[in-house]
Structure formats: structure tokens, C-alpha cells
Design a protein around this ligand. Structure first.
Ligand code: PMP
Length: 309
């Protein structure tokens, strides 16, 4: 669904609330040409206690960490960005939404060096349902291993959520969709499993969970961290510092993606090889249902993860 079909009308830009259609930038903006922006994607859930932003502090921390390698100074404090976000959600009366903070080098000159370009900051919120579809959450998706590899972390900081990095994600995802799959799995430069274009990946084998370590060129996903905590609290052993080879995908008992947008999405086939029983596996289902119980606040556990609007 396009933005024009959504009931949203306000964006926060550099300290001001502006009309949706007025949230514009110059075509010679540095970030537009060179991908020099950093961003976040968080979700605010509809709960009995009102809208609740999930792990907001962690998303803000990662935004500021992402800016560091680019020597980008965000001109607003975390408190100011929090106030702006809450007001955006309140003003538009959204019971639940996706939240997209963005900071980027702006307009002044177009040398590759951005040193004289101002840092621009914006936040938008909009309603966004299941990223890969409701059916995906229940029945799982079919994915392909992309022919594109992830950037190595020696080439670009893969732990920073940088706008420019997502051309790689787009290539991998579109290749998969062109071939009839819902999403891609991207290998790292060594040929081991890294992650999805916008998701981390978990594998279940013999009742234990495995997920590629941070040195495998992955984003340090906040949902990844959430799932590790939930799985361990449910009594599972989680190996979160391993390399996973491509072949292990095919022999896994279960596979699933995690992400703020994708939440917990089961994977039922990789390259046409059926994974486990070919549908959402039992451990995936248990973790997914715990995840939704938590984010929808049907439990009072993990209340420290929520920022109520
Ligand atoms: N990897 C990549 C490349 C991503 O874009 C995302 C989405 N932010 C993730 C993993 C999952 O991270 P998170 O759980 O923090 O959304």
C-alpha cells in the first residue's frame, strides 16, 4: 500500500512538525547521491495500555552508533527524538505503527567528503502490517540463497544501519522475487550464511538454536537479541556466535527470520528444498507465539522493553 492511501499527514524534520507533502529535500542532497544516511526501523504495538514502542532505547542507541563511523553528528538528543516520535504518533492517533528515524548528510556541495554538508534528521511513522504478509507468519515463506554476497565488514561497517548498504539488500531481494521466492538469504564474503536483506536468521537443529555471530557481517538485530532472550528464557540453548554453512540451511529442522519489520517469520523452503516438515516448525511456533504475546502486552513480563506513548 502506498503512502497516499494511508491516513498519515505529518513528518518531523529537523525540529519541526511539517505537513507530509512538505517534507522535501533538495535533489543535490549528499545522502541521495552517495547513500550517506543512517536509519532505524522500529515498531509501536497496539496494546491494552495504549501504543507501546518496542525496544525504542535500543533502536535509538543503534542510530547513534550507526552515525559514528561516518562522523555524523545528529543535532538532536535521544530525548528530543523520543519526544518527537511520541508526538507524531499521538498527533496522528495511530494505535500501532512502524517508526522510521533517518539522519543523513544534506545539501551544500557534492564532493564525496560531506564535511560541509549539514546533518538532516527526520522521523516518519505509518501503519505497516506484517512485512512479508500475514500468511508468511503462519505458513512460512520460500526463500532462495542469493547470488549476491553481503559486503564484508572490512569494506563497509555492516553493523551500522546505513542507507547505502541497502542497495545490496534490494538486489538480493529483487533477484529472489524475480525467481518466485518471497525473500533472499545472503551469504557473507566467506560463503557462510549471513542474514536476509532486512532480517537476521535462526536455525533449529536437534532442539537447539543457532544464529550467525556478529563477526559474520550481520546487523546486530534487536529482534535477534529479543529472540535469543525469549528462547533462553523458554529453556532453549542458543548458539549465537557461530558460522553456519550454506548446506546446513537445507538440513535444518527449522529456519526462521527475525526483524522489526519481519517479526518472526518461518522459512519453509530454501532453493526448493523443503525445511523440516515444510511448514512453521514447532519451536519456531513457540518462539513466535511468545514474541507476539510479549509485543502485544498479553503478559507483564519484559515490561522494561516498552516505551508507552
Ligand atoms: N539485518 C538487516 C540487514 C536488517 O536491515 C534488519 C532490519 N533492521 C535486521 C537484520 C533485523 O534487525 P532488527 O531486528 O533490529 O530490526
Amino acid at each position: 500500500m502506498g503512502f497516499d492511501e494511508m491516513d498519515v499527514d505529518t513528518i518531523w524534520m529537523d525540529g519541526e512538525f511539517v505537513d507530509w507533502d512538505e517534507a522535501q529535500i533538495h535533489v543535490l542532497t549528499h545522502g541521495l547521491h552517495y547513500g550517506t544516511g543512517v536509519f532505524e526501523g522500529a515498531r509501536c504495538y497496539d496494546t491494552e495500555q495504549g501504543p507501546a514502542i518496542f525496544r525504542w532505547e535500543e533502536h535509538l542507541d543503534r542510530l547513534f552508533q550507526s552515525a559514528k563511523p561516518y562522523e555524523m553528528d545528529i543535532d538532536f538528543s535521544k530525548e528530543e527524538l523520543t519526544e518527537a516520535t511520541i508526538e507524531l504518533i499521538q498527533r496522528q492517533e495511530l494505535p500501532s505503527c512502524y517508526i522510521r528515524p533517518l539522519a543523513f548528510y544534506g545539501y551544500n556541495s557534492l564532493g564525496v567528503s560531506p564535511s560541509d554538508c549539514p546533518t538532516k534528521t527526520a522521523i516518519a511513522v505509518w501503519p505497516w502490517g506484517a512485512y512479508l504478509g500475514e500468511d508468511a507468519l503462519e505458513n512460512g515463506i520460500e526463500v532462495m540463497v542469493s547470488s549476491w554476497r553481503k559486503h564484508a565488514s572490512s569494506q563497509i561497517p555492516t553493523n551500522a544501519k546505513t542507507t547505502g548498504l541497502y542497495v545490496n539488500s534490494m538486489l538480493a531481494g529483487e533477484e529472489a522475487r524475480r525467481n518466485g521466492y518471497a525473500e533472499a538469504i545472503v551469504l557473507n564474503k566467506e560463503g557462510d550464511v549471513a542474514e536476509g536483506p532486512g532480517e537476521n536468521i535462526f536455525l533449529v537443529r536437534d532442539g537447539e538454536l543457532y544464529t550467525p555471530g556478529l563477526s559474520e557481517s550481520i546487523l546486530d538485530g534487536i529482534t535477534r537479541d529479543t529472540v535469543i532472550t525469549l528462547a533462553e528464557d523458554l529453556g532453549y540453548t542458543v548458539h549465537d556466535n557461530v558460522s553456519i554453512s550454506r548446506g546446513e540451511l537445507n538440513t535444518a529442522d527449522e529456519l526462521f527470520f527475525t526483524g522489526s519489520a519481519a517479526e518472526v517469520t518461518p522459512i519453509r523452503k530454501v532453493d526448493n528444498v523443503v525445511i523440516g516438515n515444510g511448514s512453521r516448525g514447532p519451536i519456531t511456533e513457540e518462539i513466535q507465539s511468545k514474541f507476539f504475546e510479549v509485543v502485544e502486552r498479553r503478559t507483564d513480563e519484559y515490561d522494561e522493553w516498552f516505551h508507552y506513548v
